[in-house]
Ligand binder design. Structure first.
Ligand SMILES: [Zn+2]
Length: 314
């Protein structure tokens, strides 16, 4: 049996009735008789609807295979700068935020293609998302991680299972984010942390970008552009909405911070890759990013930040 898979068994529970699960003939069966399949060591607790099945193809790998080499190079350069700035929401590298380095179990909620899960320096990293096809691929690619097909609103985990839950650009893709936060609270150990990042409704670049995308029907030209893949259920949060979300949640201890201002060069350089030929391109975006990061810390400029970042402690 796969090691990461067997480590998963003690924390799993039936997402429907929360009764214990047993592995019978490569299927999970709960004592309430709910049955779930397992595909290539990936437990499947929910079924993806047709719309999301198409949407799941928009994830990074597929997108990367469809763009030009130049655009890909621009993408990589931007990513390298973001990484040097410590932007874990794009590099997927949240490991430096794990409180204790010893025996951590971390849930990557909305793990997409599993790259972010593979970068977590947790003792046990668990990725959860909706696409079986994607996660079977992820499991083959990152055998040391566990992947689970599940619904974030009905997590298939026992109470107090995780030291940390990371939800990078995830909450704004669900209709009932408050239900997801409640579930995160339930599956976190006492003292465990939830980290979330979601786009701000009033960031001018995002605001104009989304408008243009809809207005110019860019979906036809860039159907798989990950940053603009506007799902059926995609929302953005104003500062007030994001605060309300957590104020009404079971978390009593949370901090919301404005995060980043720029991303115009990121988008622009993918659409027009020759921009990266501009002298000192890397240094320019590094400096602008730092400046933006500083600016949004000064109210009322926080209202136009790119992301809201929340750290909540159970
Ligand atoms: Zn059940």
């Amino acid at each position: 049996m796969n090691k990461a898979f067997s480590k998963l068994l003690p924390i799993l529970t039936c997402p429907i009735c929360h009764k214990n699960l047993k592995l019978i003939n490569k299927n999970f069966v709960c004592t309430g008789n709910h049955k779930f399949s397992v595909k290539s060591y990936v437990p499947v607790f929910t079924k993806l609807n047709d719309y999301l099945e198409i949407e799941s193809n928009a994830w990074e790998e597929e997108w990367k295979s469809k763009i030009s080499k130049k655009a890909l190079k621009a993408y990589d350069i931007n990513m390298a700068v973001f990484k040097s700035l410590g932007y874990w929401e794009e590099s997927g590298n949240a490991s430096n935020l794990i409180p204790s380095k010893k025996d951590n179990i971390v849930l990557d909620l909305g793990c997409g293609n599993g790259v972010s899960t593979s970068k977590l320096k947790a003792t046990q990293a668990v990725g959860l998302d909706l696409s079986t096809k994607q996660l079977v691929k992820s499991k083959n690619k990152y055998p040391n991680c566990s992947f689970i097909v599940g619904d974030a609103r009905k997590l298939p985990f026992k109470d107090s299972s995780f030291d940390m839950v990371v939800a990078i650009n995830m909450l704004h893709h669900v209709k009932n984010p408050q239900v997801v936060i409640k579930e995160c609270y339930r599956v976190l150990k006492s003292g465990g942390r939830l980290l979330t990042v979601d786009p701000n409704l009033y960031n001018p670049i995002g605001f104009i970008g989304r408008g243009m995308y809809k207005l110019l029907r860019l979906k036809k030209i860039f159907p798989t552009f990950p940053q603009f893949a506007l799902g059926e259920d995609e929302y953005q949060f104003s500062k007030k909405n994001y605060y309300n979300l957590f104020t009404k949640s079971p978390f009593k201890n949370f901090t919301i911070r404005p995060h980043r201002l720029e991303r115009i060069f990121f988008f622009a350089s993918i659409l027009i890759p020759s921009l990266i030929m501009f002298p000192f391109y890397k240094n320019i975006i590094y400096i602008l990013s730092r400046m933006g990061e500083g600016l949004v810390k000064i109210p009322p400029l926080d209202n136009i930040c790119y992301f809201w970042k929340c750290e909540a402690i159970r």
